[in-house]
Design a protein around this ligand. Structure first.
Ligand code: NIG
Ligand code: FE
Length: 410
Protein backbone atom coordinates (compact mmCIF):
# COMPACT_ATOMS: atom_id res chain seq x y z
CA UNK A 1 0.00 0.00 0.00
CA UNK A 2 1.08 3.53 -0.70
CA UNK A 3 -0.45 6.79 0.52
CA UNK A 4 0.38 9.82 -1.60
CA UNK A 5 -0.35 12.78 0.61
CA UNK A 6 0.02 16.54 0.62
CA UNK A 7 -1.24 17.15 -2.93
CA UNK A 8 -2.31 20.81 -3.08
CA UNK A 9 -4.54 20.23 -6.09
CA UNK A 10 -5.48 17.02 -7.90
CA UNK A 11 -7.20 17.63 -11.23
CA UNK A 12 -8.62 14.86 -13.39
CA UNK A 13 -11.27 14.10 -15.99
CA UNK A 14 -13.84 11.58 -14.79
CA UNK A 15 -15.07 8.32 -16.28
CA UNK A 16 -13.92 5.59 -18.63
CA UNK A 17 -15.26 6.91 -21.93
CA UNK A 18 -14.00 9.72 -24.14
CA UNK A 19 -15.30 13.16 -23.27
CA UNK A 20 -16.73 15.34 -26.04
CA UNK A 21 -18.18 18.81 -26.41
CA UNK A 22 -18.60 20.72 -23.16
CA UNK A 23 -17.76 17.56 -21.19
CA UNK A 24 -14.18 17.66 -22.55
CA UNK A 25 -13.67 20.89 -20.57
CA UNK A 26 -14.97 19.49 -17.28
CA UNK A 27 -12.37 18.28 -14.80
CA UNK A 28 -12.85 17.22 -11.17
CA UNK A 29 -10.68 19.16 -8.71
CA UNK A 30 -9.66 17.84 -5.29
CA UNK A 31 -7.99 20.36 -2.99
CA UNK A 32 -5.54 19.33 -0.28
CA UNK A 33 -5.82 15.77 -1.51
CA UNK A 34 -4.34 12.35 -0.92
CA UNK A 35 -4.51 9.11 -2.90
CA UNK A 36 -4.44 5.62 -1.42
CA UNK A 37 -3.00 2.91 -3.64
CA UNK A 38 -3.11 -0.84 -3.13
CA UNK A 39 -1.70 -3.42 -5.51
CA UNK A 40 -1.07 -0.74 -8.11
CA UNK A 41 -4.75 0.28 -8.09
CA UNK A 42 -6.26 3.50 -6.70
CA UNK A 43 -8.40 2.56 -3.70
CA UNK A 44 -9.54 5.99 -2.50
CA UNK A 45 -9.05 9.70 -3.00
CA UNK A 46 -9.24 12.04 -0.01
CA UNK A 47 -9.84 15.78 -0.18
CA UNK A 48 -9.94 18.87 2.02
CA UNK A 49 -7.30 17.36 4.26
CA UNK A 50 -9.23 14.15 4.94
CA UNK A 51 -6.93 11.18 4.42
CA UNK A 52 -8.44 7.78 3.43
CA UNK A 53 -8.30 5.21 6.22
CA UNK A 54 -5.30 2.93 5.81
CA UNK A 55 -3.55 0.34 7.97
CA UNK A 56 -0.76 1.58 10.25
CA UNK A 57 2.61 1.14 8.63
CA UNK A 58 1.30 2.12 5.17
CA UNK A 59 4.14 3.59 3.16
CA UNK A 60 3.74 7.31 2.53
CA UNK A 61 4.93 9.58 -0.25
CA UNK A 62 4.89 13.30 0.48
CA UNK A 63 3.87 15.17 -2.69
CA UNK A 64 5.18 18.37 -1.08
CA UNK A 65 2.17 20.46 -2.06
CA UNK A 66 2.42 19.53 -5.74
CA UNK A 67 -0.22 19.78 -8.42
CA UNK A 68 -1.23 16.27 -9.56
CA UNK A 69 -2.92 14.84 -12.64
CA UNK A 70 -3.39 11.36 -14.06
CA UNK A 71 -0.21 10.10 -15.73
CA UNK A 72 -0.21 11.51 -19.25
CA UNK A 73 -0.88 9.22 -22.19
CA UNK A 74 0.88 9.67 -25.54
CA UNK A 75 -1.60 8.04 -27.93
CA UNK A 76 0.50 8.38 -31.09
CA UNK A 77 4.22 7.73 -31.50
CA UNK A 78 6.53 6.06 -34.02
CA UNK A 79 9.14 5.46 -31.37
CA UNK A 80 10.99 2.39 -32.67
CA UNK A 81 13.32 3.49 -35.48
CA UNK A 82 16.94 3.70 -36.56
CA UNK A 83 18.89 6.91 -37.22
CA UNK A 84 17.70 10.49 -37.43
CA UNK A 85 16.83 12.82 -40.31
CA UNK A 86 18.52 16.13 -39.46
CA UNK A 87 19.93 16.23 -42.99
CA UNK A 88 16.41 16.97 -44.25
CA UNK A 89 16.27 20.39 -42.63
CA UNK A 90 18.47 22.17 -45.20
CA UNK A 91 16.34 20.57 -47.96
CA UNK A 92 13.19 21.79 -46.25
CA UNK A 93 14.64 25.27 -45.83
CA UNK A 94 15.30 25.34 -49.56
CA UNK A 95 11.62 24.62 -50.11
CA UNK A 96 11.42 20.82 -50.48
CA UNK A 97 8.06 19.50 -49.27
CA UNK A 98 7.55 16.49 -46.97
CA UNK A 99 5.94 14.38 -49.72
CA UNK A 100 8.55 15.52 -52.26
CA UNK A 101 11.37 14.21 -50.03
CA UNK A 102 9.46 10.92 -49.62
CA UNK A 103 8.83 10.64 -53.37
CA UNK A 104 12.55 10.99 -54.05
CA UNK A 105 13.30 7.97 -51.86
CA UNK A 106 14.11 9.87 -48.66
CA UNK A 107 11.86 10.69 -45.70
CA UNK A 108 10.16 7.61 -44.26
CA UNK A 109 12.10 5.40 -46.72
CA UNK A 110 15.38 6.73 -45.35
CA UNK A 111 14.32 5.69 -41.85
CA UNK A 112 13.18 2.32 -43.24
CA UNK A 113 16.73 1.64 -44.48
CA UNK A 114 18.22 2.59 -41.11
CA UNK A 115 15.63 0.58 -39.18
CA UNK A 116 16.07 -2.54 -41.28
CA UNK A 117 19.82 -2.33 -40.63
CA UNK A 118 19.42 -2.56 -36.83
CA UNK A 119 18.94 -5.71 -34.78
CA UNK A 120 16.06 -6.22 -32.38
CA UNK A 121 18.39 -5.56 -29.44
CA UNK A 122 19.70 -2.32 -30.95
CA UNK A 123 16.19 -1.06 -31.63
CA UNK A 124 15.13 -2.09 -28.15
CA UNK A 125 17.85 -0.13 -26.41
CA UNK A 126 17.20 3.02 -28.46
CA UNK A 127 13.44 2.82 -27.90
CA UNK A 128 13.89 2.04 -24.23
CA UNK A 129 15.89 5.26 -23.81
CA UNK A 130 13.07 7.19 -25.51
CA UNK A 131 10.57 5.68 -23.09
CA UNK A 132 12.79 6.72 -20.16
CA UNK A 133 12.76 10.25 -21.52
CA UNK A 134 8.99 10.16 -21.81
CA UNK A 135 8.55 8.90 -18.27
CA UNK A 136 10.68 11.80 -17.02
CA UNK A 137 8.39 14.08 -19.00
CA UNK A 138 5.34 12.79 -17.13
CA UNK A 139 4.01 10.28 -19.67
CA UNK A 140 3.12 6.86 -18.22
CA UNK A 141 1.59 5.11 -21.25
CA UNK A 142 2.41 5.30 -24.95
CA UNK A 143 1.11 3.85 -28.17
CA UNK A 144 3.88 2.84 -30.60
CA UNK A 145 3.47 2.17 -34.31
CA UNK A 146 5.59 -0.04 -36.51
CA UNK A 147 5.95 1.13 -40.11
CA UNK A 148 9.68 1.45 -40.65
CA UNK A 149 10.03 -2.22 -41.61
CA UNK A 150 7.62 -2.40 -44.55
CA UNK A 151 8.19 -6.10 -45.12
CA UNK A 152 7.10 -9.11 -43.10
CA UNK A 153 10.40 -9.74 -41.38
CA UNK A 154 11.09 -6.14 -40.40
CA UNK A 155 7.54 -5.27 -39.39
CA UNK A 156 7.53 -8.32 -37.09
CA UNK A 157 10.92 -7.22 -35.77
CA UNK A 158 9.61 -3.77 -34.85
CA UNK A 159 6.46 -5.20 -33.28
CA UNK A 160 8.47 -7.69 -31.23
CA UNK A 161 10.55 -4.77 -29.92
CA UNK A 162 7.32 -3.02 -28.93
CA UNK A 163 6.10 -6.16 -27.16
CA UNK A 164 9.39 -6.44 -25.28
CA UNK A 165 9.19 -2.76 -24.27
CA UNK A 166 5.76 -3.38 -22.81
CA UNK A 167 7.07 -6.35 -20.83
CA UNK A 168 10.35 -4.88 -19.63
CA UNK A 169 9.81 -1.14 -19.31
CA UNK A 170 7.89 0.53 -16.49
CA UNK A 171 5.63 2.23 -18.99
CA UNK A 172 2.58 0.58 -20.53
CA UNK A 173 2.94 0.35 -24.28
CA UNK A 174 0.20 -0.30 -26.84
CA UNK A 175 1.28 -1.76 -30.22
CA UNK A 176 -0.05 -0.65 -33.60
CA UNK A 177 0.92 -2.24 -36.92
CA UNK A 178 1.51 0.46 -39.52
CA UNK A 179 2.91 -1.69 -42.31
CA UNK A 180 0.97 0.70 -44.59
CA UNK A 181 3.18 3.67 -43.72
CA UNK A 182 4.74 3.97 -47.19
CA UNK A 183 5.25 1.85 -50.29
CA UNK A 184 8.62 0.09 -49.80
CA UNK A 185 11.30 0.30 -52.52
CA UNK A 186 10.73 -3.35 -53.51
CA UNK A 187 7.19 -2.38 -54.56
CA UNK A 188 7.98 1.03 -56.11
CA UNK A 189 5.26 1.90 -58.60
CA UNK A 190 3.23 -1.16 -57.49
CA UNK A 191 1.31 0.15 -54.50
CA UNK A 192 -1.60 -2.24 -55.09
CA UNK A 193 0.74 -5.22 -54.95
CA UNK A 194 2.12 -3.97 -51.63
CA UNK A 195 -1.45 -3.54 -50.34
CA UNK A 196 -1.97 -7.22 -51.28
CA UNK A 197 1.14 -8.11 -49.30
CA UNK A 198 -0.08 -6.12 -46.26
CA UNK A 199 -3.56 -7.69 -46.42
CA UNK A 200 -2.61 -11.27 -47.29
CA UNK A 201 0.72 -11.69 -45.57
CA UNK A 202 1.67 -9.08 -42.96
CA UNK A 203 -1.60 -8.34 -41.13
CA UNK A 204 -2.73 -11.99 -40.84
CA UNK A 205 0.65 -12.93 -39.33
CA UNK A 206 0.60 -9.95 -36.97
CA UNK A 207 -2.91 -10.87 -35.83
CA UNK A 208 -2.00 -14.54 -35.45
CA UNK A 209 1.00 -13.70 -33.27
CA UNK A 210 -1.05 -11.09 -31.39
CA UNK A 211 1.66 -8.53 -31.99
CA UNK A 212 -0.63 -5.54 -32.46
CA UNK A 213 -3.86 -4.22 -31.07
CA UNK A 214 -4.45 -1.66 -33.83
CA UNK A 215 -3.74 -1.20 -37.52
CA UNK A 216 -2.93 2.27 -38.92
CA UNK A 217 -2.62 3.50 -42.52
CA UNK A 218 -1.02 6.63 -44.01
CA UNK A 219 -3.89 7.76 -46.27
CA UNK A 220 -2.26 10.55 -48.27
CA UNK A 221 -1.57 11.79 -51.80
CA UNK A 222 1.06 9.55 -53.37
CA UNK A 223 1.07 7.13 -50.42
CA UNK A 224 -2.16 5.10 -49.93
CA UNK A 225 -5.42 6.17 -51.55
CA UNK A 226 -8.76 6.07 -49.77
CA UNK A 227 -9.65 2.86 -51.64
CA UNK A 228 -6.34 1.19 -50.67
CA UNK A 229 -6.68 2.40 -47.08
CA UNK A 230 -10.23 1.04 -46.94
CA UNK A 231 -9.02 -2.38 -48.08
CA UNK A 232 -6.33 -2.46 -45.43
CA UNK A 233 -8.59 -1.27 -42.63
CA UNK A 234 -11.41 -3.66 -43.61
CA UNK A 235 -8.86 -6.49 -43.56
CA UNK A 236 -7.75 -5.32 -40.12
CA UNK A 237 -11.36 -5.36 -38.98
CA UNK A 238 -11.87 -8.91 -40.25
CA UNK A 239 -8.76 -9.97 -38.30
CA UNK A 240 -10.05 -8.41 -35.08
CA UNK A 241 -7.63 -5.46 -35.05
CA UNK A 242 -8.75 -1.96 -34.04
CA UNK A 243 -8.50 0.72 -36.74
CA UNK A 244 -6.60 4.01 -36.86
CA UNK A 245 -5.82 6.24 -39.81
CA UNK A 246 -3.37 9.05 -40.59
CA UNK A 247 -5.97 11.22 -42.30
CA UNK A 248 -5.79 14.60 -44.03
CA UNK A 249 -2.27 15.31 -42.71
CA UNK A 250 -1.28 17.18 -45.85
CA UNK A 251 -4.15 16.89 -48.34
CA UNK A 252 -7.86 16.46 -47.68
CA UNK A 253 -8.49 13.09 -49.34
CA UNK A 254 -11.46 11.93 -47.29
CA UNK A 255 -9.60 9.91 -44.68
CA UNK A 256 -11.81 11.32 -41.92
CA UNK A 257 -14.91 10.00 -43.72
CA UNK A 258 -13.19 6.62 -44.09
CA UNK A 259 -12.44 6.62 -40.34
CA UNK A 260 -16.19 6.90 -39.69
CA UNK A 261 -16.97 4.21 -42.25
CA UNK A 262 -14.60 1.58 -40.80
CA UNK A 263 -15.49 2.47 -37.18
CA UNK A 264 -11.95 3.60 -36.41
CA UNK A 265 -11.22 4.29 -32.76
CA UNK A 266 -9.25 7.37 -33.78
CA UNK A 267 -8.20 9.44 -36.77
CA UNK A 268 -4.81 11.14 -36.61
CA UNK A 269 -3.57 14.60 -37.70
CA UNK A 270 -6.74 15.92 -39.44
CA UNK A 271 -4.94 19.12 -40.42
CA UNK A 272 -6.79 19.53 -43.72
CA UNK A 273 -10.10 17.91 -42.73
CA UNK A 274 -13.24 19.35 -44.33
CA UNK A 275 -16.53 20.14 -42.58
CA UNK A 276 -17.93 16.89 -43.96
CA UNK A 277 -14.94 15.09 -42.46
CA UNK A 278 -15.58 16.60 -39.02
CA UNK A 279 -19.22 15.56 -39.31
CA UNK A 280 -18.19 11.98 -40.18
CA UNK A 281 -15.91 11.83 -37.12
CA UNK A 282 -18.73 13.03 -34.87
CA UNK A 283 -21.25 10.58 -36.32
CA UNK A 284 -18.80 7.70 -36.14
CA UNK A 285 -17.77 8.42 -32.54
CA UNK A 286 -14.15 8.64 -33.75
CA UNK A 287 -11.62 10.37 -31.49
CA UNK A 288 -9.61 13.08 -33.26
CA UNK A 289 -6.00 12.50 -32.28
CA UNK A 290 -4.37 15.88 -32.97
CA UNK A 291 -0.62 16.34 -33.31
CA UNK A 292 0.31 20.04 -33.03
CA UNK A 293 4.09 19.48 -33.01
CA UNK A 294 3.78 18.07 -36.52
CA UNK A 295 1.98 21.20 -37.75
CA UNK A 296 4.78 23.29 -36.28
CA UNK A 297 7.57 21.12 -37.63
CA UNK A 298 6.10 20.72 -41.14
CA UNK A 299 5.04 24.38 -41.23
CA UNK A 300 1.42 23.38 -41.84
CA UNK A 301 -1.85 24.81 -40.55
CA UNK A 302 -3.18 23.64 -37.19
CA UNK A 303 -6.12 21.23 -37.03
CA UNK A 304 -9.49 22.86 -36.32
CA UNK A 305 -9.76 21.66 -32.75
CA UNK A 306 -12.40 24.21 -31.68
CA UNK A 307 -14.71 23.21 -34.53
CA UNK A 308 -14.18 19.55 -33.69
CA UNK A 309 -15.02 20.10 -30.03
CA UNK A 310 -18.07 22.17 -31.03
CA UNK A 311 -19.16 19.31 -33.31
CA UNK A 312 -18.95 16.83 -30.38
CA UNK A 313 -15.80 15.08 -31.61
CA UNK A 314 -13.66 13.89 -28.67
CA UNK A 315 -10.17 15.35 -29.04
CA UNK A 316 -6.91 13.72 -27.89
CA UNK A 317 -3.46 15.31 -28.25
CA UNK A 318 -0.28 13.33 -28.85
CA UNK A 319 3.37 13.93 -29.75
CA UNK A 320 3.62 11.94 -33.03
CA UNK A 321 7.26 11.41 -32.02
CA UNK A 322 9.14 10.28 -35.15
CA UNK A 323 12.35 11.31 -36.95
CA UNK A 324 10.67 13.07 -39.88
CA UNK A 325 7.77 15.23 -38.77
CA UNK A 326 8.01 15.51 -34.98
CA UNK A 327 11.43 14.79 -33.45
CA UNK A 328 10.29 15.70 -29.91
CA UNK A 329 8.48 13.49 -27.44
CA UNK A 330 7.70 16.32 -25.04
CA UNK A 331 3.94 16.10 -24.63
CA UNK A 332 4.08 19.19 -22.39
CA UNK A 333 5.21 21.11 -25.46
CA UNK A 334 2.23 19.68 -27.39
CA UNK A 335 0.02 20.99 -24.59
CA UNK A 336 1.44 24.50 -24.99
CA UNK A 337 0.81 24.40 -28.74
CA UNK A 338 -2.73 23.13 -28.15
CA UNK A 339 -3.29 26.08 -25.81
CA UNK A 340 -1.87 28.73 -28.14
CA UNK A 341 -2.70 27.35 -31.57
CA UNK A 342 -5.77 25.14 -31.10
CA UNK A 343 -7.11 27.60 -28.51
CA UNK A 344 -8.16 24.70 -26.31
CA UNK A 345 -8.65 25.44 -22.61
CA UNK A 346 -6.25 23.96 -20.04
CA UNK A 347 -9.08 21.70 -18.83
CA UNK A 348 -9.79 20.45 -22.36
CA UNK A 349 -6.08 19.85 -22.84
CA UNK A 350 -5.84 17.79 -19.65
CA UNK A 351 -8.69 15.58 -20.87
CA UNK A 352 -6.97 15.36 -24.28
CA UNK A 353 -3.69 14.03 -22.86
CA UNK A 354 -5.24 11.69 -20.29
CA UNK A 355 -8.74 10.17 -20.61
CA UNK A 356 -9.38 10.86 -24.31
CA UNK A 357 -5.89 9.66 -25.17
CA UNK A 358 -6.45 6.51 -23.09
CA UNK A 359 -9.73 5.87 -24.91
CA UNK A 360 -8.00 6.38 -28.26
CA UNK A 361 -5.81 3.37 -27.48
CA UNK A 362 -8.50 1.24 -25.90
CA UNK A 363 -7.47 1.79 -22.28
CA UNK A 364 -10.22 4.09 -20.97
CA UNK A 365 -11.38 1.52 -18.41
CA UNK A 366 -7.93 1.15 -16.91
CA UNK A 367 -6.15 4.53 -17.07
CA UNK A 368 -6.70 8.19 -17.96
CA UNK A 369 -8.25 9.45 -14.73
CA UNK A 370 -7.56 9.36 -11.01
CA UNK A 371 -10.48 7.42 -9.61
CA UNK A 372 -10.95 4.45 -7.30
CA UNK A 373 -10.53 1.26 -9.32
CA UNK A 374 -8.19 2.69 -11.95
CA UNK A 375 -4.49 1.93 -12.24
CA UNK A 376 -2.42 4.23 -10.00
CA UNK A 377 -0.61 6.24 -12.68
CA UNK A 378 -0.09 9.84 -11.55
CA UNK A 379 2.16 12.73 -12.49
CA UNK A 380 3.09 15.37 -9.91
CA UNK A 381 4.07 18.76 -11.25
CA UNK A 382 6.16 21.76 -10.26
CA UNK A 383 3.21 23.98 -11.10
CA UNK A 384 0.05 25.18 -9.38
CA UNK A 385 -2.27 24.04 -12.15
CA UNK A 386 -2.80 23.34 -15.84
CA UNK A 387 -2.68 26.99 -16.81
CA UNK A 388 0.93 27.40 -15.69
CA UNK A 389 1.83 24.01 -17.14
CA UNK A 390 0.47 24.92 -20.58
CA UNK A 391 2.20 28.29 -20.45
CA UNK A 392 5.77 27.24 -19.55
CA UNK A 393 6.64 26.37 -23.16
CA UNK A 394 9.37 23.77 -23.58
CA UNK A 395 10.21 23.30 -19.88
CA UNK A 396 9.86 19.99 -18.10
CA UNK A 397 7.73 20.73 -15.03
CA UNK A 398 7.58 17.15 -13.78
CA UNK A 399 8.25 16.75 -10.07
CA UNK A 400 7.50 13.04 -9.68
CA UNK A 401 5.86 10.15 -11.49
CA UNK A 402 3.93 7.27 -9.96
CA UNK A 403 3.42 4.24 -12.19
CA UNK A 404 1.17 1.37 -11.03
CA UNK A 405 1.53 2.66 -7.49
CA UNK A 406 5.34 2.85 -7.53
CA UNK A 407 7.24 6.12 -7.46
CA UNK A 408 9.42 5.77 -10.58
CA UNK A 409 10.60 9.39 -10.94
CA UNK A 410 11.13 11.77 -8.02
O1 NIG B 1 2.68 10.94 -38.52
N1 NIG B 1 2.83 10.77 -41.83
C1 NIG B 1 3.27 9.68 -41.60
N2 NIG B 1 3.95 9.31 -40.52
C2 NIG B 1 4.57 10.22 -39.62
C3 NIG B 1 5.88 10.72 -40.13
C4 NIG B 1 6.87 9.62 -40.27
C5 NIG B 1 8.20 10.04 -40.79
O2 NIG B 1 8.33 11.08 -41.46
O3 NIG B 1 9.14 9.28 -40.52
C6 NIG B 1 3.62 11.30 -39.19
O4 NIG B 1 3.79 12.48 -39.51
FE1 FE C 1 2.17 9.69 -37.09
Amino acid sequence: MLLIRNIALLQTPVGSTSQRGAAQGKNRRYHNASVLVDGGIIRAVGEDGAVPACPSGTEEFDAGGAFATPGWVDAHTHLVFGGWRQHEIPLKLKGAGYLEILQSGGGILDTVRRTRALSEDELFSRASAFLNEQLYLGVTTAEIKSGYGLDLENELKQLRVIRRLNREHAMDVVPTCMAAHAVPPEFAGRADDYVDCVCNEILPRVAEERLAQFCDVFCETGVFSVAQSRRILETARSLGLGRKIHADEIDSLGGAQLAGEVCAVSAEHLIATSDAGICALANGGVTACLLPQTSLYLNKPYARAREMIAAQVPVAIASDFNPGSSPSLNLQFSATLAYLRYRMTPEEILTAVTLNAACAIGLGERIGSVEAGKQADLTLWNADGMELLCYRMGSNLVKAVVKRGTVVVS
